[in-house]
Design a protein around this ligand. Structure first.
Ligand code: HMG
Ligand code: MG
Length: 306
């Protein structure tokens, strides 16, 4: 089977599936390496074009993903699908490249306080750490995505000025990140604020280079997403089954569930190339591995309807 490729029009939304990374990094249940591999392989069969596979961060900081190298080495990479991984520094880049990673993501925040807790560095210092990663990636032909966290609020600082979000996004883009994902890490945003934030960033970084990343702590993620689609974003991060959260953002729940995002997008006449039934089945399978119900409303509804 050949995977659908994105048509060159505004009707296609590329979903960046972050469940295996953002989802599993914060789950209390220790997921077996074989199950992580099975999750990614199942996701690959749904037609998703980007699957963030794991994270080469310090295993002391995120023990849940200490098996990143084993996971990445064991997955079946589908031609046409990208499998980016998180790297915080050159050590992470070396570990990732040693197992054949071809796309990485660096991450910083719009809030100094959050960045310090998350990666033990100021925003400036984190960007200095990324500089050699981006230089080496350019030489190696490795694509680099960039994340800006806390774009709609910070668990330590509270309000985050829009100007700070714009400045950090612009710096990552100027550094060579092909895409900047704007993260509402603690899921506190509401639609108007989300749309205003995206418009402000899009005035400085081209919209095709932007993605949105909503956690669903306050149940606003789908509403925020819709508001941002109306502003023109066409890349959306989501986690199957709504799994996870950030270990350094207390109380933050998982990302918006990919199943719910796909249902919304298809309902709006937008295309994703994703098989919703297969995805929902994968979300329910993951939930059984995590010992709980799926966090996707669509996943539950589809199961009840069959
Ligand atoms: P540090 O302790 O300041 O690092 O941590 P260091 O450079 O001083 O190194 C300390 C030790 O860690 C050394 O080992 C290093 O070799 C090792 P030792 O000499 O003590 O044996 N080390 C590493 N080991 C493996 N892989 C590495 C690595 N780097 C150093 N890459 C560091 C700094 C950045 C490493 C640490 O803070 C870290 O790993 N943080 C990761 C936190 C994290 O993963 N958070 C969640 C992801 S971000 C997120 O979820 C938000 C997002 O979803 C968007 C949104 O929602 O907003 C992306
Ligand atoms: Mg996140």
């Amino acid at each position: 089977m050949t995977l659908p490729s994105p048509p060159p029009d505004g009707d296609f939304v590329r979903i960046v599936e972050v469940g295996p990374r953002d989802g599993l990094q914060n789950e209390k249940t220790q997921v077996a390496t074989a199950d992580k591999v099975a999750l990614i392989d199942r996701l690959s069969r749904t037609g998703l074009l980007t699957i963030e596979a794991t994270s080469f961060v310090s295993p002391k900081w995120v023990p849940q993903l200490a098996d990143a190298a084993e996971v990445f080495s064991a997955i079946q990479r589908r031609p046409g699908t990208a499998y980016p991984v998180l790297v915080p520094n050159e050590t992470g880049y070396d570990r990732a490249r040693a197992v054949g990673v071809e796309e990485v993501a660096v991450f910083t925040a719009a809030s100094e306080a959050f960045n310090q807790k998350n990666i033990n560095a100021s925003i400036d210092a984190s960007i200095e750490r990324f500089r050699p990663v981006l230089a080496r990636a350019a030489a190696d032909g490795v694509k680099v995505r960039g994340y800006v966290s806390t774009v709609l609020g910070c668990p330590y600082q509270g309000e985050v000025p829009l100007a700070d979000v714009v400045r950090v996004a612009k710096r990552l883009h100027a550094l060579g990140c092909y895409e900047i994902s704007l993260g509402d890490t603690i899921g506190v945003g509401t639609p108007r604020k989300a749309a205003d934030m995206l418009k402000a960033v899009a005035a400085e970084v081209p919209m095709p280079a932007l993605a949105v990343h909503f956690h669903d702590t306050y149940g606003q993620a789908l509403a925020n997403l819709l508001a941002c689609l109306e502003v023109g974003v066409r890349v959306v991060d989501a986690a199957v089954s709504g799994a996870g959260g950030c270990p350094y953002a207390k109380g933050a729940s998982g990302n918006v569930a990919t199943e719910d995002v796909v249902y919304l997008l298809h309902g709006q006449g937008l295309r994703t190339g994703v098989d919703l039934d297969l995805l929902a089945e994968t979300g329910r399978w993951l939930a059984t591995r995590l010992g709980r119900e799926t966090g996707s409303r669509v996943g539950k509804a589809l199961a009840a309807a069959t």
